[in-house]
Ligand binder design. Structure first.
Ligand code: HEC
Ligand code: HEC
Length: 314
């Protein structure tokens, strides 16, 4: 119990220094080196290695195993983990899994408790893949965890590697604008993601080539990407497909506006009553109240965020 408390307060301390979800906070010496994933050729040729390889495949081709026509079970919406955790969860600032093994169990303010890797994976299944959780002891869960542990084995416990998670993005000084975002979407995203955000499948029952961005087969309203800052950060360093944090394609402003457009459109609704037990820890761009401040849901969804940040954190 003592150990758990100490651990949770350390992790909480790290988190509380970075209230807007800056996931790249590191001791100074590590700051320059962006983490590079170990080579898959170094996965051992053993039973454990097979588990790791299966875990990787579950990240890349989630739908094949767990989607609507899944070979193992049907518990998710047809998206793949890799759609948001790019290059099998290894891309710098592509929401990679490098620091998962080194930072979990982690205190997370959304649940208000210390979360295991399994709980965090199931969070994405229930929210980002609008589906159902995996049993912790299932072959699939053990494989995904084994892959994440293998990926992060060179990162010391308690550290978060540079390039994990999403890139930093300063708040926009105005509210993000869905109308401007719409015109960017039409020019730069629609060709792959479709004019109704529906994505593109190989065939009616086949896997997605381009994942949906809104609508019934997309992530639900309880997902991390439904928060405008996460979406803007993801897009800034990764989209249109091929962009990187070193060579972004959209400007910061365009990233905010496109994110505003995407979150203004319909998608599956899901509400978890137990989320954010302490509303003081709710991120300021969480689009659903109640809040500990006087700003309304509209402003918490689209901004301007600087007045909220000033009123709540300074
Ligand atoms: C629609 C996009 C999306 C999909 C699909 C998705 N995730 Fe995530 N995931 C996110 C976002 C965004 C975050 C970070 C959220 C935050 O910090 O608020 C995240 C965070 C995570 C984390 C924590 C990472 C860390 O460093 O703390 C894990 C583990 C994870 N996801 C696993 C999975 C798994 C496994 C799948 C597939 C079953 C999956 N995710 C599918 C968007 C997605
Ligand atoms: C050349 C095709 C292409 C273009 C253009 C493109 N994307 Fe994507 N997008 C993809 C692919 C492919 C993925 C999934 C990546 C993977 O699985 O490796 C993706 C994934 C995403 C995701 C996460 C998964 C989801 O669907 O929610 C978002 C959000 C996204 N793109 C936003 C955008 C935005 C915004 C633009 C325009 C600025 C854009 N994309 C332009 C191909 C494209």
């Amino acid at each position: 119990m003592g150990a758990v408390l100490v651990l949770s307060s350390i992790v909480f301390f790290q988190y509380s220094r970075t209230p807007q979800g800056n996931t790249n906070e590191l001791p100074k010496s590590d700051k320059k080196k962006v983490w590079v994933a170990p080579d898959t050729a170094s996965i051992p040729k053993s039973k454990e290695g097979d588990r790791i390889r299966y875990g990787r495949d579950l990240i890349v081709r989630t739908s094949k195993y767990l989607g609507p026509q899944g070979l193992v079970m049907n518990i998710s919406n047809g998206m793949n983990c890799q759609n948001c955790h790019l290059e099998a969860g290894t891309k710098a600032f592509g929401n990679n899994y490098g620091s998962v093994a080194s930072t979990y169990p982690l205190f997370r303010p959304r649940s208000g408790r210390l979360e295991s890797i399994e709980k965090r994976i199931n969070d994405c299944l229930e929210r980002s893949l609008n589906g159902k959780p995996l049993d912790s002891l299932s072959k699939e869960m053990r494989a995904i965890v084994a892959y994440m542990e293998w990926l992060g084995h060179d990162i010391p416990k308690g550290h978060r590697a540079m390039g994990s998670g999403l890139v930093e993005l300063p708040w926009l000084t105005r509210a993000a604008d869905p109308a401007r975002g719409k015109s960017i979407y039409i020019q730069k995203c629609q060709i792959c993601h479709g004019n109704k955000g529906e994505g593109l499948k190989i065939s009616i029952d086949g896997p997605y080539i381009y994942p949906p961005m809104w609508g019934e087969n997309s992530f639900n309203t309880a997902a991390g990407l439904y928060r405008i800052s996460n979406l803007a950060k993801y897009v800034r360093a990764n989209m249109p497909n091929g962009a990187t944090y070193e060579k972004p394609i959209l400007s910061e402003e365009e990233s905010w506006d496109i994110a505003a457009y995407v979150v203004s459109l319909p998608r599956p609704k899901k509400y978890f009553r137990q989320d954010w037990p302490n509303i003081l820890l709710k991120p300021i761009d969480h689009p659903f109240g109640p809040y500990a401040d006087k700003f309304d849901e509209e402003q918490h969804k689209f901004g301007p965020f600087i007045p909220i940040a000033k009123a709540t954190r300074n």
